[in-house]
Design a protein around this ligand. Structure first.
Ligand code: GLC
Length: 569
């Protein structure tokens, strides 16, 4: 059965003439990669960390990188990005080539204000430092996901200690026994957040952590463990200090997280089955099933873990499982989550009720379930990974985080990555508007909002997680733009953010179709809005920093080829 081959060839030059013939001749099925093509042993043989280090730190010098700058921002994955020499000196204010924007200094000051110490050592940043807000809720805690942009900002600025402390502290918390009522959670679960309690009288510091047992909805944060792994790699890459990742406790932490997400069960898909609200979107928003945010982070974490796990007696088995999962996962995601004009047209014409292996419409998606908006939204050129794919249910919504992480992790093929950028440009008003970046698009309203969110008053249309605009996403957009070689898109987005963020006191999110209004219940001085801006700014100024958060395409993992108009242009 040579469909796979045919499609592969079609991609490379169009032996079946698909370029010219447009829709009619394009097959609606996806190619099936020939598994014999994957030489797993080659991957397994690679001495991982050492190779990483040599490639990163030896092969490319920083001077080469600055030459690269002129060539247009490609291939920065290998860049070793040592921090600045002058600690405490905001990178963006020390550069001669750039006029520092006045808000940079303010951002650094605010970021430092949010630092939290445990027994005299900085261990993270609190979510928001908003004294004006009557309700603190849990915004005085250090959230794992929120700390990521702070960590990157500190790494870029040559201050890795807080990142190391954070990684070790959260690792310790992972070792706690976690329970919701009488039910014990998996050993590898990482906290969503933790809080340091200072007792000034006894002069003691204690920590309380939340693994989902206190969270609204009682959902464990699936993303925390993945971010932890991604951050461990970023730290290693940025500092060149391999000793942290090599510590037995870090190796164990990695294995525990891998154990959680690679465990066998009833799954028929390589994607990770999740409860609603298990990630940045931590309230009911209809993302249960196989949300793109988690799948992209999962893919990235698998690749980072593969680079860091030691192939010793305990690690070897995980390495093998990771390699297999990566192959299956990339195939599944690139085939079934990818949507562009062509694919949309194919789904629109799907037959239903197909049975057996010859089925084209494998998940029995009923074309009538395609929402109206997507036909207008889909440009002729461009595409994206949809929100969710499960039996008879495709969530066509756009989610920014998942798509950016798909680019950074090279889950997206280079063609898909460019197509995502095309979409952002083509649908700038919808996805960026006046404040980067919409967390999801479009908003759900009325009856659908009632059913999907359970009438959540915080997630009303065009607010918060329901089509709200989150400045923190700016760093992910910027990193993705640099990776794809389209920094001008990031520049435009940063300019927009700069015109408002300081004036508005660094809100958590904005509301409205264009993101013009400070969010209804948005915190001010939200740390990840501040850090996200700084990271975006510094990365654009010096793209060599991209390497700590980006993974090059794995040549061993052949892309699944699907043709479409957005790929052939
Ligand atoms: C909100 C966000 C979540 C974030 C937390 C702290 O709950 O939905 O993503 O981590 O606030 O900022």
């Amino acid at each position: 059965m040579d469909r796979a081959k045919l499609n592969l060839d079609g991609m490379n030059g169009g032996i079946d003439g698909t370029k010219e013939t447009g829709l009619k001749k394009v097959s609606s099925y996806c190619s099936i990669p020939d598994f014999n093509d994957y030489d797993l042993s080659k991957l397994l043989d690679k001495p991982r960390l050492n190779i990483e280090r040599q490639r990163s730190f030896d092969e490319r010098s920083l001077s080469e990188l600055s030459i690269g700058l002129g060539r247009g921002f490609e291939n920065y994955e290998h860049a070793h990005s040592p921090g600045r020499s002058g600690l405490n000196t905001p990178a963006s204010s020390t550069r001669n080539s750039f006029e520092p924007h006045p808000i940079v200094a303010d951002a650094w000051e605010a970021l430092r204000r949010s630092l939290v110490s445990f027994r005299g050592q900085p261990v993270g940043t609190i979510a928001a430092y908003d004294h004006a807000s009557e309700e603190v809720l849990n915004y005085d805690q250090v959230f794992v996901r929120d700390f990521v942009p702070s960590a990157l900002a500190f790494l870029i600025n040559g201050e890795p200690d807080v990142v190391k402390n954070f990684l070790l502290k959260t690792l310790q918390l992972q070792g706690w026994e976690k329970k919701v009522d009488r039910f014990k959670l998996g050993e590898g679960v990482m906290p969503a957040s933790f809080k340091v309690l200072h007792d000034p009288d006894r002069k003691t510091d204690t920590i309380v952590a939340d693994f989902g047992e206190s969270a609204i909805g009682r959902v464990a944060p699936v993303d925390s463990g993945f971010w932890w792994i991604i951050l461990l790699r970023a730290y290693t890459k940025s500092t060149g200090d391999l000793s942290l990742a090599e510590r037995p406790e870090c190796q164990r932490g990695l294995r525990l997280i891998m154990g959680l997400c690679l465990s066998e069960g009833f799954d028929t898909f390589p994607t990770l089955l999740c409860a609603d609200g298990c990630s940045m979107i931590d309230r009911r928003m209809g993302i249960y099933g196989y949300p793109i945010e988690i799948q992209a982070l999962f893919f990235m974490a698998l690749r980072c873990a593969l680079a860091m796990l030691k192939p010793d007696a305990e690690g070897e088995e995980f390495i093998e499982r990771i390699v297999k999962r990566l192959h299956a996962l990339s195939y599944h995601m690139r085939s079934y989550f990818w949507l562009d004009f062509q694919q949309l047209n194919d789904i629109y014409r799907y037959k239903t009720e197909e049975y057996s292996h010859t089925a084209v419409n494998k998940f029995n998606v009923i074309p009538d379930s395609i929402p109206e908006w997507v036909f207008d939204f889909m440009p002729t050129r461009g595409g994206y990974f949809v929100g969710n794919v499960s039996p008879a249910r495709m969530d066509f919504r756009w989610f920014a985080l998942g798509n950016c992480v798909a680019i950074l992790s090279s889950l997206a093929t280079p063609e898909q990555a460019s197509a995502i950028m095309d979409l952002i440009e083509e649908r700038w008003e919808e996805l960026v508007g006046e404040m980067p970046l919409k967390i999801s698009y479009p908003a759900i309203e009325n009856h659908e909002w009632r059913i999907v969110t359970g009438c959540d008053p915080k997630n009303t249309r065009w607010s918060y997680h329901n089509g709200g605009s989150w400045p923190v996403l700016l760093w992910l957009l910027t990193a993705a733009c640099i990776k794809v070689g389209r920094p001008q898109i990031a520049r435009r987005a940063i300019d927009l953010a700069e015109s408002r963020l300081l004036k508005d006191s660094w809100p958590e999110y904005y509301d409205g179709k264009l993101g013009r209004f400070i969010g209804k219940q948005a915190r001010k001085y939200q740390t990840w809005s501040i850090a996200g801006y700084l990271v975006a700014k510094m990365m654009l100024e010096d793209p060599s920093h991209l390497g700590m958060i980006s993974l090059e395409e794995d040549k061993q993992m052949k892309p699944v080829i699907k043709r479409s108009s957005s790929w052939t242009c």
